[in-house]
Write a protein that binds this ligand. Structure first.
Ligand code: HH2
Length: 270
């Protein structure tokens, strides 16, 4: 069994392929399975170590999709990919994870950290899948209404430590797990910045950290537009490089080539 840190050495890039009509930055772009398949293959060719395929948007305000709809979106894409590109399945549903892993996916990325459907842990364990456990305060529908923390870094770390214990108790090998602070999931701009400043608190848990900063509205706001709903490419790259320099292992990004190039330079200069 190859530990996650060996399979995805720092820095690794995870490309994002949202097979949804409503994702916050690429909704509708990859709804056609052939287009999604092409995008995933292009991302792998551009240097993505893994491609995260998702059939449910978790943007603020999102109400979720049914199991049937989520399967209808992602299964044809995974069939077309045929296990030829390393795939992470972005889902909180055990059945979606099960189908994806049977079709060759190697990672389960659950933004609820196995809280929505705890049985997803056994599915991941049975397949020996890599696992990403992410922090979220609240649920997508309401999470940005009034996020509140006494100490955001400490609370996120405590949550992830507990979820990692649960995953391990359900059979997931610890060396297969990475942890994600969940940028923008029940967090203000200030909370997101604080999490990046204090990444050491998360790294102290001893597992590789994955982070999704790409195109997020906090970056647009930090770059000077208070009404931003997405973040520009330059801001995404700056944030990814800063996160890498603070110890992040895997960067979840929409614009793979640009991030791979930037991170190669950051690594050479480190
Ligand atoms: N962010 C999004 C979705 N999944 N998974 C992890 N582990 N970390 C993240 O930060 C993360 C995630 C949101 O981005 P995106 O997939 O582009 O949008 P949407 O949820 O609207 O499909």
């Amino acid at each position: 069994m190859i530990p996650l840190e060996e399979r995805f050495p720092r820095p690794s890039v995870m490309g994002v392929v949202n097979v949804t009509p409503d994702s916050f930055s690429d909704g509708g772009v990859h709804l056609d399975p052939a287009v999604a398949d092409g995008a995933a293959r292009r991302m792998a060719a551009e240097g993505a170590a893994i491609v995260d395929v998702g059939g449910e948007s978790t943007r603020p305000g999102s109400g979720g999709v049914t199991l049937d709809e989520e399967l209808r979106r992602v299964v044809p894409v995974l069939e077309l990919l045929g296990g030829e590109v390393p795939v992470s399945i972005d889902t909180a549903k055990a059945e979606v994870a099960r189908r994806a892993l049977a079709l060759g996916a190697v990672m389960v990325n659950d933004v609820t950290a196995f809280r929505a459907e705890p049985a997803i842990a056994e599915v991941a364990a049975e397949h020996g899948a890599y696992v990403c456990l992410m922090h979220m305060q609240g649920e997508p529908r309401t999470m940005q209404v009034a996020p509140r923390y006494a100490d955001v870094a400490a609370e996120v770390a405590t949550f992830l430590e507990e979820r990692m214990r649960v995953a391990v108790s359900r059979g997931v090998a610890e060396e297969r797990i990475c942890l994600d602070p969940g940028i923008g999931f029940g967090k203000t701009v200030e909370h997101n910045v604080e999490l990046l400043r204090r990444l050491d608190v998360l790294l102290a848990l001893g597992r590789p950290v994955l982070i999704g900063l790409s195109r997020k509205s906090s970056l647009g706001k930090l770059a000077g537009d208070p009404a931003a709903t997405t973040g520009p490419l330059g801001a995404s790259i700056a944030a990814a490089v800063a996160a890498y320099e603070r110890g992040v292992s895997i960067l979840r990004v929409h614009d793979v080539r640009e991030h791979v190039e930037a991170l190669a330079v950051a690594r050479a200069l480190a």
